[in-house]
Design a protein around this ligand. Sequence first.
Ligand code: ATP
Ligand code: ZN
Length: 304
Amino acid sequence: MRIAADPYTELRNRLFEAELLFSTGVDGLYGRSDTYQGIADAVDHLMHRWGHDVGATVVHLPPLIARSTFDSTDYIRSFPDLVGSVHVFNGGDRDHVELVRRVSAGGDWPALLEPGEIVLSPAACYSLYPMCAGRLPAGGRYFEVSGYCFRHEPSTDPTRMQAFKMHEIVYVGEPDTAQRHRDDSLARGLSILTDIGLDVTATPANDPFFGRLGAALAAGQLDEGLKFEGVTAICSDDRPTAVMSANCHRDHFGAPFGIETATGAVAHSACVGFGVDRITIALLVRHGLDPSTWPGPVRARLFS
Ligand code: ATP
Ligand code: ZN
């Protein structure tokens, strides 16, 4: 008798069986089919139209971030459990012989590597801030940033990946405009997702801060209303999944990265981030695993 899997594993099995996602043997690390990627690209394109509307500068980012940038974001203080670091081989011939020996013998070969100058990027917008250092033009700037992100949160829930695509519209500049960007973006994001047939609602949220100190940080973030998520039921009605978040950073990035408004004040920033993979999977669950059968208006919005 087949024992029923939990709804997360069940959904992942369906996506594997339909060959929309391909297993790599590691939870949260998947290959994408052409059909899946076509949907993800269409979702990216919805955000791209938005970026174009607000005159955003488009920056496509690699899945890696400079270690120096990463250090300035203070990510390690809040989310040490999610971090991934790139280590490289700087040794000579003798070290190489030992490296190969350890690989063959199943030994601890990573111990022979050293930290490189890059870290896996946990959020698309982080690489942007050092690019904004210095004086901004009057009115600030909008950016559209996208790229793969890494978070070490292995899971059988196919919507909780270790490597996933994030697409963001970011504002850097005046405090009032940053706050407004966060609020307007939440509304606009919800409307874009509703238009493609997803039942999404806004909810106050907090980041998954680590440890005992983290509980206080999470409570503070909730209290101050700094983060809102757009959530939709994918595997569970009781525990809906966040497909987007709208965040007010205040001067969290402006201060360490030396970003100034046109009048020389510390710049504020705000971003709306879309989980492209989660939206793709939500669409597959909502409308069926074959996009050629999706409702006409949804197809028109996404694919034309
Ligand atoms: P969650 O609360 O679900 O862990 P988060 O608050 O950590 O999400 P954000 O940091 O706000 O997420 O990231 C922006 C968006 O990126 C999220 O709304 C989500 O859609 C997507 N995202 C975050 N983590 C993952 C993941 N592990 N796999 C796929 N998408 C993700
Ligand atoms: Zn962001």
